[in-house]
Design a protein around this ligand. Sequence first.
Ligand code: SAH
Length: 226
Amino acid sequence: MAKDMIWRSERLSGIGMTSQRTRTRLVNLLRGEGISNERVLEVIESVPRHIFLDEALASRAYENVALPIGFGQTISQPYIVAKMTEVLLAAGPCQRVLEIGTGSGYQTAVLASLVGEVFTVERIAALLNRAMICLGELGLANIQFHHSDGILGWQEHAPYDGIIVTAAGTQVPDSLLRQLADKGRMVLPVGVDDFQQLRLISREGDQFNEEVLDAVRFVPLLEGKQ
Ligand code: SAH
């Protein structure tokens, strides 16, 4: 193998603290915390979370914690990524999923491995660009990216049978409700700072049923783009 090929394969598979063994340990921990969808666990076991982090933090990639990714934002905790994905898929497979808050792109990679197509929206251009590079490296081709204010959703490709929001607003954005398909499911945090709830909204025609799942802590959902 040429030297750059070895480098590339080591970067993706990881060594030492970023190795397969540490990913397997994380998955066992998530199973212990109640994540039971084996396909979700399999994907978490295979997606290299360390490539979505700055090199200085890569050795902590398989701890069950949120970590900084710059611009005051964080990569979500693996438990939260697994939980939101499991809830989204609980009623059956999803074909088209809208994700608001691409951030590092890690949640995007997990989703893209489990659903037909992911449409992901991020308001910070620098984060979106970095995520595009990492997701390209993984060879995931079923993702479309949009630099925009995700509070408005992404009308062009609506309706979506799944919507995931990875930043907390004080209320559920109306545009997202409108872009959710009939029988679709949306998972999102709602609230401020210390008081946020993870909610599941399932649509039945014009009816939106809400269920509170967990107490959570996400960065805020902000208006506009930068
Ligand atoms: N799932 C991501 C989470 C990143 S943190 C990961 O694991 O890396 C949440 C992200 O939501 C941040 O990148 C933030 O910039 C973005 N965000 C906040 N408000 C937004 C909005 N209105 N539209 C799009 N993205 C938004």
